[in-house]
Design a protein around this ligand. Structure first.
Ligand code: BMA
Length: 808
């Protein structure tokens, strides 16, 4: 039985004049915000005031009533999340101390409790003071990411709460997840481990259950698929029960795009004296995962093989959804995951500078078929392995979180950290010590923990890595790569084509969020790329200058701020498209693309494809195309006036159809064209043709190469390319015609043009709509249909349109 201790608490502390009535789960910043003591940290520069609040301690307290008869039961006080340095008191007596935001805490509390009213107090101590104190006793000089509050490696708390190059410095404190009392009379299920060895025809299952038994109990295990009983076992409960069985012809869990994400329900029930005393229910799935690293002509492969299919991993990197954790919710996370799948992602990387996400994150990934690359929460830093508290805490944290998440079929890889191996090249102050501590942490200590708790999940020491030992961690020949020469290294966007990593787990380019989002954090006079507020919402040094420099590679100088925002988004979208298309043309040499970054934690100017309000940037719409299972892509070589036409087929069967290319002028007139049949085998990338032209420099500015493949199954794939950057194209203002039809809440907009139109943007005035497509290319021979769903009535007057010609 549980007694919920969420709800109304009081907050007091040295920096508060009066006690506040607050909600738990919650946080200090949230409580201050809800009591009108601070402004929204996301607005203008409100965030700048708030770091100082973390120099203080905060006291959360409440009372609760216990019945005399409950005192006879075993009672534990459980915190699913305490952020971070805590002391817990029951009726004035110290129950325990906490040092780690990432783990759950469970305290045995019978001896502190009385029948009737009890008083619970949680003191959360200043994290800043704790870190500063710890730093004084450090065994060597650590290193950490720039743009962050000093000393984050000394505390087990989401690093990005201390700021990052995409987020503010808001290291909140709080009782951030549920708190309750757990009363045990008969028995309690401590842990369930679902271990499977699966192939197409059967799965060998072993379920290990750990119980705490206060009385003799019976144990029942049930496996169900859509309500149908697949397996059942009843037995006497022991402190550890291992139940093995075979499931024949299991319905397999596939990543989205490859089949259904079939899920089963596993129930474990403890009963004593004929009454149920404890129950655990989890969703599980059957799949076979191998990470294939084999020597080949390019080096060593890095392939995710799921159910015997080499799956090209397509997705993005996931960061914390807010610095104020209580603003997270299942609904918000679900819209993000739905949006990822909507844009043809089949994977997500939980990046190591955040939190171990809540259970619902994993349940959603299971359900949507999104493969999870899970970093452990260490990023861009070196840590002190000579510190006994640190070792104890990370061991507890890894055990706790991995046990919590290991049964999810979506979880296929656990990675030791983000960029800590490659960081030896960033000049850490004590490189010898950094290397020693690194190797001990990720190549000895952590693997030895994981061997026990997750023997069946592939462990990869770092991202990027070539396998460990500081052996060329960012090599394009082996393992995964973070490629930042474009953006941080200022290389041109086309440099994405100069490398062919085996698996690209980070690459990205920044853009401004949409106008609506900018309006939410700034005043009208601040809507200028270099204003103070716009610079405050940009945390990468010189980021806004860089955005403009990258725009200049492709486009003309924007005539106003609104055009700048739009151009920044299409520059970002074009850059990532060019990178992804290149990787996918190199299938199966390259087997993964995870762009940086999926989401935002505040309304910032960042690398995200979806902003913190869930609005799609142009990149997110582009992802729908460049991550489609079948991709038609074009590689132009402007100096030689030639184009290679490719199809990448990630389907499990060969595809056939007709393709046609046209060279058109900017009025849409066909200058040359040709058509042919194609056949591309299953899981292959193939060059269909090389087409070359001899055009004068002048002519090159007036033509576009368009290609279309019409698959025999009816699907159509399109792409286009120009031979000069778009800034040199002499585009003319098009006459666009729009026809809007609605059937209940489903809308259908048909667009026609009399000229070539580039990056046609549709936006809804005063409301948010997610369209089936956006920022698209159109020419007179083509008709474009855009659909969406909206509960509100929409007319053409509610929509706004612009394209590239409108920006200069
Ligand atoms: C990557 C990430 C983050 C960072 C991003 C952009 O390396 O791991 O540390 O935000 O680069 O600089």
């Amino acid at each position: 039985m549980k007694i919920n201790l969420n709800g109304k608490w009081t907050l007091s502390g040295p920096c508060l004049k009066n006690e506040l009535t607050v909600a738990v789960p919650g946080s200090v910043y949230m409580d201050f915000l809800q009591n009108g003591l601070i402004g929204d940290p996301h607005y203008r520069d409100n965030d700048r005031e708030l770091l100082a609040l973390m120099n203080y301690d905060y006291h959360y307290s409440r009372t609760f009533v216990l019945k005399e008869e409950d005192l006879a039961k075993q009672i534990e006080l459980v915190f699913l999340g305490l952020d971070t340095i805590g002391e817990i008191y029951l009726n004035g007596k110290l129950v325990g101390k906490t040092y780690n935001m990432h783990r759950r805490y469970r305290f045995s509390v019978n001896r502190y409790l009385d029948g009737g009213e009890n008083h619970l107090k949680v003191v959360l101590k200043s994290c800043l003071k704790f870190m500063a104190e710890k730093a004084k006793t450090s065994s060597y000089q650590l290193m950490q990411m720039d743009a962050t509050v000093k000393n984050y490696p000394y505390i087990r708390k989401a690093h990005a709460m201390f700021g990052w190059d995409w987020g503010p410095q808001l290291p909140d404190a709080g009782i951030w997840r549920d708190v309750y009392l757990e009363l045990t009379a008969g028995g309690r299920i401590k842990d369930v481990f679902f271990f499977q060895d699966t192939n197409q025809s059967q799965s060998q299952v072993q379920v290990k259950i750990k119980n705490e038994l206060l009385k003799p109990c019976k144990l029942e295990l049930k496996l169900m698929r859509e309500g149908r009983l697949v397996y059942q076992k009843k037995t006497a409960a022991k402190s550890e029960n291992t139940i093995t069985f075979t499931v024949s012809q299991p319905e397999l869990w596939y990543p989205t795009g490859y089949g259904a994400a079939a899920l089963y329900r596993l129930e474990v029930i403890l009963a004593s004296e004929g009454k149920e005393v404890a129950k655990r229910a989890l969703t599980v799935g059957f799949r076979k995962v191998k990470i294939i690293r084999e020597t080949d002509e390019y080096g060593e492969s890095f392939k995710f093989n799921i159910n015997d299919i080499d799956v090209f991993i397509k997705g993005a990197n996931y960061i914390i959804e807010d610095n104020l954790m209580p603003r997270m919710s299942r609904e918000r996370t679900e819209s993000l995951i739905r949006a990822a799948v909507d844009a043809n992602h089949n994977a997500i990387r939980v990046w190591g500078g955040g939190i171990y996400p809540p259970d619902y994150f994993y349940e959603l990934c299971d359900r949507y078929g999104l493969v999870i690359w899970q970093d452990l929460m260490f990023a861009c830093a070196y840590y002190d392995m000579a510190d006994a508290l640190f070792r104890r805490e990370i061991k507890a944290e890894i055990n706790d979180n991995i046990k919590r998440i290991r049964n999810h079929p979506a979880l296929v890889l656990i990675c030791g950290n983000n960029e800590n191996e490659v960081a030896v090249t960033w000049n850490p102050p004590d490189i010898a010590a950094a290397k020693r501590h690194y190797r001990e942490q990720y190549e000895a200590f952590i693997p030895s923990i994981l061997e026990k708790v997750a023997p069946d999940i592939y462990y990869w020491p770092s991202s990027p890595s070539s396998g460990g030992g500081f052996d060329a961690p960012n090599s394009e020949r082996r393992g995964d790569v973070h490629y930042w020469d474009v953006w941080h290294g200022n290389k041109p966007i086309t440099a994405y084509r100069d490398i062919t990593p085996r698996f690209l787990s980070e690459f990205g380019l920044q853009s401004f969020p949409s106008a609506k989002t900018i309006c939410a954090f700034s005043r009208p006079e601040e809507r200028n790329a270099f204003s103070y507020v716009m610079t405050n919402h940009q945390r990468c040094p010189d980021g806004n200058q860089k955005i403009i420099q990258y725009i200049g590679q492709l486009f003309r100088f924007p005539q106003d701020f609104s055009s700048l925002v739009y151009l920044s988004q299409i520059t970002q979208a074009e850059a990532i498209r060019i990178g992804v298309e290149h990787l996918r043309r190199n299938y199966p040499r390259s087997m993964g693309s995870l762009y940086w970054q999926l989401n935002d934690c505040w309304p910032g100017i960042t690398w995200s494809s979806i902003d913190c309000f869930g609005r799609y940037k142009a990149l997110h719409y582009f992802s729908k195309h460049f991550y489609r299972p079948v991709l038609l892509s074009l590689q132009e070589d402007s100096s030689k006036h030639k184009v290679d036409i490719y199809i990448t087929n990630e389907k499990l069967k060969a595809i056939t159809g007709n393709y046609r290319w046209r060279l058109i002028d900017l009025k849409g007139q066909t200058r040359r064209e040709s058509a042919a049949r194609y056949r591309v085998g299953a899981l292959r990338a193939e060059k269909l043709a090389t087409v070359s032209f001899s055009l004068s420099e002048e002519e090159l500015k007036g033509v576009i190469f368009v290609a279309e493949a019409q698959d025999d199954d009816g699907s159509v794939y399109r792409n286009h390319v120009a031979f000069v950057p778009d800034k040199y194209l002499e585009l003319e203002k098009p006459q666009l015609s729009f026809t809007l039809a609605a059937e209940s809440d489903d809308y259908r907009l048909t667009v026609l043009t009399d000229r070539v139109v580039k990056f046609l943007e549709i936006s809804a005035i005063n409301r948010d709509i997610i369209f089936s497509d956006n920022y698209f290319f159109l020419y007179p021979l083509q008709e474009k249909v855009i659909t969406w769903h909206s509960d509100e009535k929409i007319t053409l007057a509610d929509l706004q349109f612009r394209s590239l010609v409108d920006t200069y």
